[in-house]
Ligand binder design. Sequence first.
Ligand code: HPA
Length: 277
Amino acid sequence: MTSPDPVDHPFEAAEASAAAVAAATGVDRHDVALVLGSGWKPAADRLGEVVAEVPMVDLGGFPAAAVQGHGSTVRSIRSGDRHVLAFMGRVHLYEGHHPNVVAHAVRTAVRAGCSVVVLTNAAGGLRPGMAPGQPVLIADHVNLTGRTPLLGPNDDRLGPRFPDMTDAYSARLRALAHEVEPDLEEAVYAGFLGPTYETPAEVRMAATLGAHLVGMSTVQETIAAVHAGAEVLAMSLVTNLAAGLGHEHLDHHDVLEVAARSADRMGALIAHIVGRI
Ligand code: HPA
């Protein structure tokens, strides 16, 4: 059976993939979605019992993830009395995917029952004092990709035409995160298209625009989640100082190495937060 194409039929594609999630995992409804960015995968191992693990390509609408450090399965995890749907990797605009393909995981999770979406990523830090290995809560974003998964006629079954982004990164969930780690900094994330790291001039521009983090993911997913009425909690792991601010040249392997070293702490943080959602 061919599944609906998320580019042209995002609602039907999400419905079909959500049904496939339920069939493949044996879990009818999930509560919390988790999308794992570069290097966050080990964090998922600390969340709870893995009830099922399914290749995303088997669910329809998902392309094979190609980036090193990104997995391509989805796990159903039992964490306390919550069912977490954990996407062990994501796809990005810079791989050439349509925004609706990038948003498909989040839309699927919402159709599968999730009312909370936890997004994680690796990012460059540009606020003075930020250091590699530091987790940061995203409080707001600047979408510099020039793309959105809401382009085109609105499908009211997915959400409203003009979603309010005032509280896109839920203040309630950020407060919960602060109960777990009171010292977590909050920051504004500037989402770039990539796949180059930013130029130093672009980093200065991002700072001028009020951003504290730069990265290549998350904003499309946040938009889709807000559109769908889900609450979003998003966290960056600062893996490097943004271009021009450190002495190092930027390398994806260094990004993954920093992420791997912080995995335990990130996993504990996510597990605590999920337990309180
Ligand atoms: N820029 C963009 N994306 C990133 C960075 C960065 O400095 N570090 C990790 N992901």
